[in-house]
Structures are given as C-alpha cells and as structure tokens.
Design a protein around this ligand. Structure first.
Ligand SMILES: C[S@@+](CC[C@H](N)C(=O)[O-])C[C@H]1O[C@@H](n2cnc3c(N)ncnc32)[C@H](O)[C@@H]1O
Length: 246
C-alpha cells in the first residue's frame, strides 16, 4: 500500500489534534463524503442495542472517541431505556460542538461529554451496560488496548458495538471504492476542510485496518464472546458486536 507504518503511528497518536483542526467542517464532510450513509450506519447501532439479549435493557452507555456526539444523540433518541450516556474524546473542539448539539436537542439530562482517552478509560471496571466506538478505533495505535479497556468497563453480560470503515470483498466494488478513497476523498475533503493531509490519513487508516474476521478474532483475544461482523453497504463499513461474559 506504500504507507510507512512509522508515519501512520505518529499521526495516529496525535490524531485528536487533526480532528480538532477539522472540527468546524467535520459533520458536513462526513455526510457529504459518505453520501449520507454515515447517518444510517449510526442508526443501525440503535437496532443492535435494542436487540441486546441476556442481562436486559441498556440503561448506561459509554461512547468512546465520541467526537461531535452523533452516536450518542442517535442512540439516546432511539432507545428510551438509556438513562445515562457518557461520551469521551481527546479533541476538545469536537466535544464543544457536540455539547452545543446536545443542548439544542435538550438532552443534557441524559448525555455528558468529557475529555478522556480510549486507551485508558477513567471509569471503574463493570460500570456500563454498553460501550460503543464509531470510526474511532481505527485512529488509535493499539486496537487491542482499547478493546481490553472496553471489556473492562462493561458489566457482565454487557455489549460492545464497534462501527468502523472496512473494504468491500467484492472485487469491482473494492476497486471502485479504493479509487474513491485514494483520489476523490482527499481532493474534496482537502478543499472543504483546508486540511488535505487529514483526508489522506483517512484512506491510509482505512486501508490498513484489520476488518471482518480479523477484527472479530481480535475481539475474541481481548475477552469478548460471540464476536460477529455485520458488513454495511457492501462492506464499506462494518458493525462489530461482542459480549462480555462466560
Ligand atoms: C472519525 S472521528 C469519530 C467521531 C464520532 N465517533 C463519529 O462517529 O463521528 C474520530 C475521533 O476519535 C478521537 N480520538 C482519537 N484518538 C483518541 C483517543 N485515544 N481517545 C479518545 N478519542 C480519540 C478523535 O479526536 C476524533 O474525535
């Protein structure tokens, strides 16, 4: 793929700074570059949360790398059982935009955002019914570390949901998608955000992320049982589901 691992590692450990820089255009570019699909992908998370089997309804929720809070807003609007939802991110400007949206939606009594690192979650073990991360785990250097942290803070029987970009298996769709990622995404994203390197980083991290069965295997190694992958839009994105328990 032609990308030095060292470069990727450096940009990943500082990726929150890049997200702070592009924050004013982040939501717009998300919707534009995914043709609005990102909205429906986040909505799919609601279904997985509502389908939760075993220990009952989700009342407490933690969303890692929460950004501008779109996942939390979607999940809280879509699931009346959630009483407390917390979002963590390292990018304070992304969080500020998220807080404004939460106030506008009058959901301050349910949703709180705070500065926090997905690699070292500042909550005790066995705290949440569900932990989510959308388009976030791709941006950390050690995916296992974040998965282990998600597992630690989940209650027994709790549910982990990971929404992340992936690559289509079908050859023609894959070639077309890679062309889009490598050419149009950096061009359009670069012009509209003023940060072309941020959108080159997007395609680099997508191409090097372990998706599908590989990611399910990683979830298993990090303690999750019944880890399953649900590809979306022919494999452009995938929802991974795993449970904490025996
Ligand atoms: C692509 S955005 C996803 C935001 C949001 N989840 C969404 O669905 O739009 C990735 C986010 O991960 C955050 N991030 C990167 N590394 C992080 C870390 N170690 N801990 C917490 N957040 C992190 C960035 O600041 C950024 O807001």
């Amino acid at each position: 793929m032609g990308y030095a691992n060292e470069d990727l590692t450096i940009s990943k450990s500082n990726s929150w700074q890049m997200f702070d820089a592009i924050s004013p255009r982040y939501d717009l570019l998300n919707h534009l570059l995914s043709f609005g699909l990102d909205i429906s992908w986040r909505r799919q998370l609601v279904r997985f949360l509502s389908d939760k089997r075993g220990s009952g309804r989700v009342r407490s929720l933690l969303d890692l790398a929460t950004g501008t809070a779109d996942v939390l807003l979607t999940l809280v609007r879509g699931n009346p059982h959630i009483e407390e939802a917390i979002g963590l991110d390292l990018a304070d400007r992304m969080l500020a935009l998220g807080r404004a949206k939460i106030i506008q939606a009058r959901l301050q009594h349910k949703i709180t955002l705070s500065h926090g690192d997905a690699n070292h979650i500042h909550f005790e073990a066995n705290t949440f019914d569900a932990v989510t991360i959308a388009f976030g785990i791709r941006n950390v250097t050690d995916h296992s570390q974040v998965l282990r942290e998600m597992h630690r803070v989940l209650k027994e029987g709790g549910l982990a949901l990971v929404l992340e970009f992936s690559l289509p298996r079908q050859t023609v769709w894959r070639v077309l998608h890679l062309f889009y990622l490598r050419t149009l995404v950096p061009a359009i994203g670069g012009i509209l955000s003023g940060h072309p390197q941020a959108y080159r980083y997007l395609s680099q991290t997508i191409e090097t992320f372990p998706y599908g069965d590989d990611f399910c295997a990683l979830m298993g190694l990090c303690g999750f049982r019944n880890a399953k992958a649900y590809p979306l839009a022919g494999g452009i994105a995938t929802i991974y589901v795993g449970e904490k328990g025996q």
